[in-house]
Design a protein around this ligand. Structure first.
Ligand SMILES: CC(=O)N[C@H]1[C@@H](OP(=O)(O)OP(=O)(O)OC[C@H]2O[C@@H](n3ccc(=O)[nH]c3=O)[C@H](O)[C@@H]2O)O[C@H](CO)[C@@H](O)[C@@H]1O
Ligand SMILES: C=C(OP(=O)(O)O)C(=O)O
Length: 427
């Protein structure tokens, strides 16, 4: 079992470069299913386990995914495709459900294993199904699979989402691009990853406008081709390193961080007293010793991202005055709280709100429960006295490339090892 061992107390300094965004590359790789001629070439693809998982899902559909170099992938979806996405890989990653829309649009049929719940909540998909059904798909559940069929071609429709779900917006959008006629989607998600997906679809020959606003309009086209696309920088990874700098009261340049993708996070950090200088190619972060507590509520973009909630809570633990963190997006995304408490963190949860107060953090043996929880525990470890040992790193590897290596290069006292029981310093 892999372990990260981090000893707190080092001030981070230097430059760290952000990789491509997990939440952009996953839907974009599923969109490549739509390219019935030519190939797609993707640059800045991050070396994440989730990218390997979605590549296996695509391979199972008879799509050729080749890594040309570390970060450049070529996808050839021009051949005859299989329409079945099997449980083995779909069950590993929620985003696999995003093959449904493209398969229905391209083949008129799809059989996709039910993605099921995960640690942060039950994560239903009724908004995906509502939209795909409105476009004319008939979808039933059969033996743990969602089986969808289309009589002829999908047809454009007006679709209102009850909640601006990121995945539902993407799935419906990827179906609508090949539908007959115009689709108008309202109350859609506005995340930068939605804009990136629309950019790639348009490069493939689609006609999509309005991505990044509440309404997306799609004029369906008959066919799409492969295209070249560069994956945007990961705003959540960038935010995580900004907090790593702040929690150690360090001075770090986060190369690739885009202020226009992270305004809510940057505002809240400035409210705490963190100093941020936005430059053309990144953000410089420095932090004074004393930080102020803040009130934060997670919301769909451009609100404060739920994917930064755990990391922000780690920083709140080091602020001089109390903070409140309210999670509104997922019903069960406070699992890191019990682990912070093992590190002497002072946190009281009432329903969806956590009251976070300063108390000196101590190193401890803690367990990752989900992707962002794992990063937040390492962050807390950077600020804690003594050694923190973080296990269950498969979560971390879903969304961070060489997390410990990047922190080490900034001066952190951190190692990633196998299960080395001889490290007696760990409490
Ligand atoms: C691969 C990817 O991009 N993942 C991101 C995506 O997940 P994902 O696309 O799954 O997130 P959604 O925006 O769909 O989900 C947000 C909330 O809506 C609920 N919901 C969603 C769909 C639906 O049909 N019914 C329903 O009730 C979910 O259970 C959740 O409580 O957006 C989340 C919210 O920013 C992020 O945390 C994830 O990192
Ligand atoms: C929850 C996340 O991702 P996913 O939707 O892929 O589980 C995340 O990136 O924090």
């Amino acid at each position: 079992m892999d372990t990260i061992l981090v000893r707190g107390g080092r001030r981070l300094t230097g430059t760290v470069k952000v990789d491509g965004a997990k939440n952009a590359v996953l839907p974009i790789l599923t969109a490549s299913i739509l390219g019935s001629t030519g190939v797609s070439t993707f640059h800045n693809v991050p070396a994440l386990s989730d990218v390997a998982t979605i590549s296996h899902v695509l391979a199972g559909l008879n799509i050729d995914v080749t890594a040309q170099s570390n970060n450049t992938y070529v996808v050839d979806a021009a051949g005859e495709l299989n329409h079945i996405a099997a449980y083995e890989y779909v069950s590993k990653m929620r985003a696999s459900i995003l093959v449904m829309g493209p398969l229905l649009a391209r083949l008129g049929k799809a059989k996709v294993a039910m993605p099921g719940g995960c640690a942060i909540g039950s994560r239903p998909i009724e908004q995906h199904l509502k939209g795909l059904t409105a476009l004319g798909a008939n979808i039933v559940q059969d033996n743990g699979y969602l089986v969808g069929t289309v009589d002829g071609r999908l047809k454009g429709a007006n679709i209102y989402l009850d909640f601006p779900s990121v995945g539902a917006t993407q799935n419906i959008l990827m179906a609508a691009v090949l539908a007959d006629g115009t689709t108008v989607m309202d109350n859609v998600a506005k995340e930068p990853e939605i804009v990136a997906l629309a950019d790639y679809l348009n490069a493939m020959g689609a006609d999509v406008t309005g991505a990044g606003t509440d309404r997306i309009t799609v004029n369906g086209v008959a066919a799409l081709h492969g295209a070249e696309h560069t994956i945007i920088a990961d705003r959540i990874e960038a935010g995580t390193f900004i907090i790593a700098a702040a929690i150690t009261r360090g001075d770090v340049f986060v190369e690739g961080a885009r202020a226009d993708h992270m305004s809510s996070l940057l505002s809240k950090l400035e409210e705490m007293g963190v100093q941020l200088t936005v430059q053309d190619n990144g953000i410089r972060v420095s932090a004074p010793e004393a930080l102020t507590g803040v009130e934060v509520k997670t919301m769909p973009h451009p609100g404060f991202p739920t994917d930064m909630q755990a990391q922000m809570m780690a920083l709140m633990l080091t602020a001089d005055t109390a903070s409140h963190m309210t999670e509104t997006v997922f019903e069960n995304r406070f699992m890191h709280v019990d682990e912070f408490i093992k590190m002497n963190g002072s946190i009281k949860v009432n329903n969806r709100t956590a009251l976070v107060q300063k108390q000196n953090l101590h190193g401890a043996a803690v367990k990752s429960t989900d992707l962002r929880a794992s990063a937040s525990l390492v962050l807390a470890g950077l600020a804690a006295e003594g050694y923190t040992r973080v296990t269950e790193l498969s979560h971390l590897d879903r969304g961070y490339v060489n997390f410990h290596g990047k922190l080490k290069a900034l001066g952190a006292d951190i190692e990633r090892t196998g299960d080395r029981k001889e490290r007696a310093e760990v409490r």
